[in-house]
Design a protein around this ligand. Structure first.
Ligand SMILES: *Cc1c(COP(=O)(O)O)cnc(C)c1O
Length: 337
């Protein structure tokens, strides 16, 4: 028995996904085109209200191609301190693009405060890097950016002449949680990256969507980064399958997370952050966190790493309501000791 709550990246492709991959019509997507990749790219662009799409092996490469397309050497991008692009992508924008990150702390709700951003935009003066881009993340650490905030961001960006990129690795979770369409959530941004291999459950892949002209530039960077793939329709077929079949079920993950959070909050001395999507953060600082993890591990339950005294539990395609009951019991025992 293994219940893996470390991340929604751990999902195994279902038999239906594997079958779709086997049946895919393919071509050489670097030389001219792979029809299945083209279909995934068109479909993703349409679902997000953009002109064109680009299939890439990972979300990291998707964000990097976007940053490289938005910014020149010596440009700067504004980004949250714990955003994936800044914290978990090896500093790729600085390494490959000589793009300087200007990071700042997120607010409690996951937003970047506009007054703080305004103070960080550099004047047009050769002492400074050119502030070019604002990069946001939705969802961010399981939180949905408020729709009102997105509207304010759009006018802020136009006031300060900044481009906008969205790391929407879990954009469909934000849409499922709020009932606001993905098109609406993507609207303020020139470029948006989505992950197929998170909660949607595909084995590999992300798609960057933007204007046709932007995607043309991004494809040049993808090639340079080694992301041009040949018969990648095999992989794109999985992406098409999950976009068609796994978006609506995301609310089940959210419901499982809510149940898990509510029941864990009933355990004495265990504190649980409010839950919006598929992530549950539990504060184990009043326990021996490592010991709790070991006890759970012995019961076949894996939970996410230790960050600031909190553990992360993520629900996904491979977690059922029955698993939630088992995990709660596991916590009750592990926390009683
Ligand atoms: C997972 C993730 C990515 C990209 O991850 P890859 O592992 O490179 O596919 C980007 N942004 C966020 C917020 C993520 O969670």
């Amino acid at each position: 028995m293994c219940i893996d709550l470390r991340s929604d990246t751990v999902t195994q492709p279902t038999p239906e996904i594997r079958e779709a991959m086997c049946r895919a019509k393919v071509g050489d997507d670097v030389m001219d085109c792979d029809p299945t990749v083209s279909r995934l790219e068109e479909m993703s662009a349409e679902m997000l209200g953009k002109e064109a799409g680009m299939f890439v092996p990972s979300g990291t490469q998707s964000n990097l191609c976007a940053l490289l397309s938005h910014c020149d050497r010596g440009d700067e991008y504004l980004v949250g301190q714990t955003a994936h692009t800044y914290l978990f992508e090896g500093g790729g924008a600085a390494v490959f693009g000589s793009i300087q990150p200007q990071s700042l702390d997120q607010e409690e709700d996951g937003t970047l405060a506009l007054d703080k951003l305004a103070a960080l935009v550099k004047p047009d003066d050769f002492h400074f890097a050119r502030t070019k881009l604002l990069c946001l993340e939705n969802t961010t650490w399981g939180k949905v950016l408020p729709l009102d905030y997105l509207k304010l961001v759009q006018s802020f960006a136009s006031d300060y002449q900044l481009s906008l990129h969205l790391d929407g690795a879990r954009l469909f979770n934000a849409s499922a949680a709020t009932g606001v369409s993905a098109v609406q959530l993507a609207k303020p941004f020139e470029s948006v990256s989505i992950c197929l291999s998170k909660g949607l459950g595909a084995p590999v892949g992300s798609v960057l969507v933007a204007s046709a002209c932007f995607i043309k530039e991004a494809k040049r960077w993808r090639k340079m980064l080694g992301g041009g793939m040949r018969q990648s329709g095999m992989l794109a077929a999985a992406g098409i399958y999950v976009l068609e079949n796994h978006i609506e079920r995301l609310i089940e993950d959210h419901e499982n997370a809510r149940q898990l959070g509510e029941r864990l909050a009933g355990i004495s001395k265990l504190r649980v952050d409010p839950i919006q999507t598929n992530m549950v953060f539990v504060d184990l600082s009043r326990f021996d966190g490592a010991a709790v993890s070991r006890t759970l591990e012995a019961k076949g339950i894996k939970i996410g790493g230790y960050t600031g005294g909190k553990k992360r539990l993520v629900t996904h395609l491979g977690i059922s309501p029955k698993d939630i009951g088992y995990v709660v019991k596991g916590f009750e025992e592990a926390c009683a000791g």
